[in-house]
Design a protein around this ligand. Structure first.
Ligand SMILES: Nc1ncnc2c1ncn2[C@@H]1O[C@H](COP(=O)(O)OP(=O)(O)OP(=O)(O)O)[C@@H](O)[C@H]1O
Length: 618
């Protein structure tokens, strides 16, 4: 199907009279020219938001967000978009791509409305997941705070009937945010009109085809009028982007803004632990029970069962966590991300079910064939009792705020997927840490109860990840735990693992879904009137008695801890991962070097014993 899209080369009715840019033909020199022209025009200092030519009401809204100055992608993309150019932009995760396309879009609509108030849908923003649609919609609301009367936006990813959708769209929103499938459905069944569309945005553009939206994209391309300005955003480039570029863009300007990371500027510390299958569980228990990682954490696992397994395992030790997966209703998922961002939870366990289909630029034909087959087999089956949402995904684009660490409990199956997962932390100038568990080939399949098929190739994937990160001048370093000190905790880990049986996992999965029904809209008013009862609705509550209760596991007795304290579990200190790199610079903190001091973060003094440690390979 993807090739079919590629073969067509251009939509039945091309979006413009201008020649459609043939992929790769003149791309190289054009990029350079565009960049050079910009260099000449640029003032000596980096321009402020006001100097970018945006509507003053938007500049005011940006100031309200406390954005001091535009990020690189915003500085480069906003002027081009305001000039009406098609832009294909690659910039790193968390670099502010959303504002880079939302602001010029809003500015253009406001400018037109100052002379012509005819209502029509002027912009369509397509994103691969419903979570992302919600996030982009909220960003539009925030940026249009001071012009809310002039800008109407709608998102089409709610679970509503066609009749309700039609009535919502009868208000003729200026901007529509949607996944491709819902957009196409609404064009057919709910009266979405693209007749006068001026702007088309594809966010996480390289993913829209991988997600199986090929046919929808092809249909949408045919429904577009001529002359639509297209903006494509992504953190990684892939063959899919060429296909889309050929279909939707008119001679686009390519902004490849992969900022190389010098050690000084690096805000993300990356580590991997090579360990056996059961040691993964042991180390995870130690990290979270002894709070070796400080702050909020996102743990990625390979599938839904695994997420419940880990949550139930953590519950044995009274470690609270919540789960995100494609089975949960969209409202629950969005609410959970919101609450996590508000600081209600510390740990989210997310199943990255689409990891395989993200594609890997380093993978061969054979591998991508397999990925495609897996994606197809993931399509909803009538036999399946619970329906997975095909439009679920949190490893791409979702802005988890102040996330201190990403833990790849199960390594993804591609380097691209890794890049996006770790991009959930160290966003918008903050610092973060990524830790990945890797099963060496010789240890794979040795501990049946915890073995996972996708881990068979962990070492190969790690090699690809190391190469990929090296290209960006980033390093991923080994991290070792002291085996001797860990042993004292092993029987507890085994006790807990034994209690988390397959039956317990199945029951927990059903129970969680049932609980989500209880948390439904019908109870909303009751809880508005009885806010104290809300604690029962926390998503990180215990899934209850699906596992054996083992009270003795809930605390760590002193005699288990090494005499030297937690720090003896790993040697050589790397220091706390602070949120702001500026602090690190001030105190002369160097990555990988022990500082041996306590740090002040957010006004509080940190205990150096509670820091994350690393031992480098000799
Ligand atoms: N100019 C700015 N100054 C400060 N913070 C900013 C600025 N622009 C964006 N941000 C913040 O940076 C964070 C990341 O932005 P955004 O989600 O747009 O990144 P992204 O590049 O789209 O990431 P991804 O590739 O993961 O989708 C958001 O919390 C946003 O509010």
């Amino acid at each position: 199907m993807k090739r079919k899209l590629g073969q067509s080369g251009a939509p039945a009715s091309p979006p413009t009279d201008e020649p459609v840019a043939t992929p790769q033909a003149d791309e190289g020199p054009k990029v350079e020219q565009a960049e050079q022209k910009q260099e000449k025009k640029q003032p000596k200092h980096d321009p402020s938001f006001a100097e970018l030519g945006l509507d003053p009401r938007l500049v005011q809204a940006v100031a309200k967000q406390s954005f001091e100055k535009p990020t690189l992608v915003q500085r480069k993309a906003i002027p081009l978009a305001l000039q009406g150019q098609d832009v294909l932009c690659k910039a790193k995760t968390g670099s502010g791509k959303t504002a880079a396309y939302v602001l010029p879009l809003l500015s253009g609509i406001l400018k037109r409305k100052s002379t012509d108030s005819t209502p029509f849908t002027a912009a369509l923003i397509l994103v691969p997941t419903r979570e992302l649609a919600d996030q982009v919609f909220k960003a539009i609301e925030l940026f249009s705070t001071f012009c809310s009367k002039d800008i109407q936006a709608a998102k089409l990813t709610e679970n509503v009937s066609d009749a309700v959708q039609r009535s919502l769209l009868s208000n003729v929103p200026d901007i529509v945010v949607s996944t491709p499938s819902r957009a196409w459905h609404s064009i057919n069944a709910a009266g979405l009109s693209l007749e006068k569309l001026q702007y088309l945005v594809l966010d996480e553009a390289d993913l829209v085809l991988s997600y199986g939206y090929d046919e929808d994209m092809e249909n949408i391309s045919r429904a577009l009028p001529k002359g639509v300005q297209t903006i494509m955003m992504s953190a990684t480039l892939s063959a899919e982007l060429d296909t889309l570029k050929g279909i939707f863009c008119r001679n686009p300007t390519l902004l490849d803004l992969n900022e190389k990371m010098g050690a000084e500027d690096e805000k993300l510390d990356q580590f991997y632990v090579k360990c056996s299958e059961d040691d993964k569980w042991l180390i995870a228990y130690l990290i979270f029970k002894l709070q070796l990682i400080k702050g909020k954490c996102l743990i990625f696992v390979a599938d839904i069962d695994r997420s419940y397994r880990l949550k139930l395992f953590f519950e044995q030790f009274s470690i609270r966590s919540c789960i995100l997966n494609s089975e949960l209703p969209i409202n629950t998922r969005i609410k959970m991300i919101d609450e996590f961002n508000k600081g209600m939870y510390d740990i989210i366990i997310a199943s990255d079910e689409k990891s395989e289909i993200f594609g890997d630029e380093t993978a061969g034909e054979e591998a991508s064939k397999k990925q495609k087959e897996k994606a197809e087999s993931d399509q909803p089956s009538k036999k399946r009792k619970t329906q997975k949402d095909q439009e679920y995904g949190v490893s791409r684009g979702i802005d988890f705020r102040n996330l201190a660490a990403v833990v790849n409990f199960d390594l993804p199956t591609s380097a691209t997927s890794y890049q996006h997962r770790i991009g959930r932390t160290a966003r918008a100038g903050r610092t973060g840490m990524a830790l990945s568990f890797v099963i060496p080939k010789e240890l794979y399949g040795k501990h049946k109860p915890t073995s996972l098929r996708s881990c068979e190739n962990d070492e190969k994937i790690l090699a690809k990840i190391i190469r990929q990160q090296a290209k960006q001048e980033r390093a991923i370093e080994p991290y070792n735990f002291s085996k001797k000190e860990m042993e004292a905790f092993r029987y507890r880990m085994n006790d807990a693992l034994r209690a988390v049986t397959k039956v317990a996992v199945r029951e927990a999965r059903t129970k969680e879904l049932r609980q989500e029904l209880l948390r439904s809209e019908t109870l909303k008013r009751y809880f508005e009137e009885n806010p104290a009862e809300l604690s029962h609705l926390r998503h990180d509550g215990e899934l209850g008695r699906t596992t054996r209760t083992q009270a003795h596991l809930k605390h760590v007795p002193d005699y288990l801890l090494p005499k030297e304290g937690k720090k003896a579990l790993s040697s050589q200190e790397i220091g706390f991962v602070p949120f702001r790199n500026a602090d690190a610079k001030k105190r002369g903190h160097k990555r990988g070097k022990p500082s041996g001091r306590s740090f002040k973060v957010g006004g509080k003094k940190r205990d150096p014993l509670k820091t994350f440690k690393v031992r480098r390979k000799p």
